[in-house]
Design a protein around this ligand. Structure first.
Ligand code: FES
Length: 85
């Protein structure tokens, strides 16, 4: 599924970029411009950015299911895993 028509970026590429960012730095920035930087692309019309945010949120929600029951329990506004309260 093409998410960004300007750069022809598909959902799987965005997910892979997010995984690479987090593998390099678990506190890495996940806003669309940083995801696109990882892909060596730039936003043009930026109309896809809400979709990129949604994909990142879905990915983090899935990650939270995997770590549920561990010491992490929340995701910050920046998309970072935070300890349970
Ligand atoms: S659709 Fe992604 S920058 Fe235009």
């Amino acid at each position: 599924m093409i998410v960004c028509h300007c750069n022809v970026i598909v959902k799987a590429e965005i997910e892979d970029a997010v995984r690479r960012i987090l593998a390099e730095d678990p506190a890495g920035r996940l806003e669309p411009q940083y995801v696109y930087r990882e892909l060596q692309k730039r936003g043009r019309c930026c109309g896809c950015f809400p979709s990129v945010n949604r994909i990142v949120d879905e990915l983090l929600a899935e990650a939270m299911k995997e770590v549920d029951g561990t010491t992490f329990g929340r995701v910050s506004m920046g998309g970072h895993l935070l300890p349970k309260d």
